[in-house]
Design a binder for this molecule. Structure first.
Ligand code: PEP
Length: 258
């Protein structure tokens, strides 16, 4: 099996202010200063990107700066949007594409997610493609169909050479921010299918480079069992990433994998 370094991202969503973002960033950087067994990223709101970058640099932290979203076009009359180059200019290294809140609250469709992901990967950044079914889709037995559609559409025209910078986050919508999480068996089942889809699309060698992570109510007390299977390469963390000690504990739960 390919040696994939775990990845753990802390998605702060539309939380924090200038002061609490600084405190949280300092807390996370200090708690994880000597951890190099996982790639770690934090995703603050756009207005705090430069602030967080400067704290991470001052602390000598290897934590990567992430952005929660991006627009696919390089520049122009797109009020309210930001481009890949703008994010790079702010020190961003990794971008989330197609988070379920953007899909289901803000109405993003697969083709827009695909355009964003292509811009991110072609721009040399790491891209996280989020996929996952809603509760009614799971209950109707449609998990595989939904995930397959989001994967195929999301990865249209992505070149195999970019796959080492692709991360797929399986995030069942019913588990995000709800306190309900999928069982490790549920996660392994879907991750195995995702790996199979990647292999079908890009060949085994390219597919083996992609990290497949889980997101959905991961906390310090359930991270161990969720991250233990070899099919799980880490996690995308929402609520627990807002408490430095909890986020650090979740990251440490990946330690034994590497
Ligand atoms: C997320 O935002 O991607 C997420 C998984 O959130 P939470 O951990 O709060 O469920």
């Amino acid at each position: 099996m390919a040696d994939r370094k775990p990845f753990v991202g802390g998605n702060w969503k539309m939380n924090t202010n200038r002061s609490s973002a600084s405190d949280l960033c300092r807390g996370v950087a200090d708690a994880l200063l000597r951890v190099d067994t996982a790639d770690i990223a934090v995703f603050p709101p756009f207005p705090y990107l430069l602030l967080v970058r400067s704290i991470l640099r001052d602390r000598g932290s290897s934590i990567r700066l992430g952005a929660q979203d991006v627009y696919s076009r390089p520049d122009g009359a797109y009020t309210g949007e930001v481009s890949v180059e703008m994010l790079k200019d702010c020190g961003v290294e990794v971008v989330i594409c197609g988070h379920s809140e953007r899909r289901h609250v803000l109405g993003e469709k697969d083709d827009l997610v695909n355009q964003k992901l292509r811009a991110v990967l072609e721009g040399g950044l790491w891209g996280i493609l989020c996929v996952g079914e809603r509760l009614e889709e799971r209950e109707a037995g449609h998990t595989d169909v939904v995930v397959q559609r989001q994967m195929k559409n999301g990865l249209t025209d992505i070149a195999g050479q970019h796959l080492a910078r692709l991360i797929v986050a399986y995030e069942p919508v019913w588990a995000i921010g709800t306190g309900k999480n999928a069982t490790p068996q549920d996660v392994v089942e879907v991750h195995t299918k995702i790996r199979g889809l990647l292999t079908g699309l890009f060949g085994a060698e390219n597919a083996a480079r992609v990290r497949i992570i889980y997101g959905g109510s991961v906390k310090p007390d359930n991270a161990g069992p969720l991250f233990a299977p070899p099919e799980v390469d880490g996690g995308l963390i929402g609520g627990a990433s807002l408490v430095a000690g909890d986020f650090a504990a979740v990251v440490r739960a990946t330690t034994r994998k590497h």
